[in-house]
Design a protein around this ligand. Structure first.
Ligand code: HEM
Length: 151
């Protein structure tokens, strides 16, 4: 029954080739489309690394660092990681204050907000976060601006 085996092998190889040629390509482009921003950023380890570096930039930024003089930095880092994780579609739940409540009475200016975003962009660039991902993340954070500035 070698002919049966031969036919079987031909069918199997053909299926494999077809799978690689169409299925492989398709699943690649599909996963690119369906991947959450969280996954595209590199998940929680990448977000944590960016937030750590970003808070370091803020600490060295004379335009805004006095704002954080009495801040609980380890908590702030944790809150930011959870917030970015959740906002980017990751498996986290942000349990901190609303942006309105967290910044109430601080009278944060536009310039201060922009300085903080600049400090974040420095970290995103340092970690070579892609332009699309950077844009998506900054877009999500930009949406919070009305709750943070001039409160
Ligand atoms: C997109 C921009 C911003 C985001 C996503 C953000 C996010 C946060 C979060 C998650 C917290 C912690 C809330 C909690 O502990 O429950 C917080 C607190 C705080 N934020 Fe912001 N913030 C932003 C902009 C700013 C700016 C521009 C300033 C000042 C220059 C600022 C100053 C503070 C301060 C002082 C605290 C309190 C920290 C503490 O007392 O422990 N934030 N922010």
């Amino acid at each position: 029954m070698t002919w049966r085996r031969t036919i079987g092998t031909v069918v199997a190889v053909a299926a494999l080739v077809a799978g690689c040629a169409s299925g492989g390509m398709q699943s690649d482009s599909m996963s690119m489309e369906k991947k959450s921003l969280y996954d595209r950023l590199g998940g929680k380890p990448a977000i944590t690394a960016v937030v750590d570096d970003f808070i370091g930039n803020v600490a060295g930024d004379a335009r805004i660092n006095k704002r954080f003089a009495t801040a609980d930095i380890p908590r702030l880092k944790m809150m930011l990681v959870d917030q970015i994780c959740q906002a980017s579609g990751g498996p986290c739940t942000y349990k901190g204050a609303s942006m309105k409540d967290a910044h109430k009475g601080m009278k944060i200016t536009d310039a201060e907000f922009n300085a903080l975003v600049e400090d974040l962009v420095k970290s995103l660039d340092k970690f070579k976060v892609g332009a699309l991902e950077k844009n998506d993340l900054l877009g999500a954070l930009g949406g919070m601006k009305p709750d943070i500035v001039n409160q």
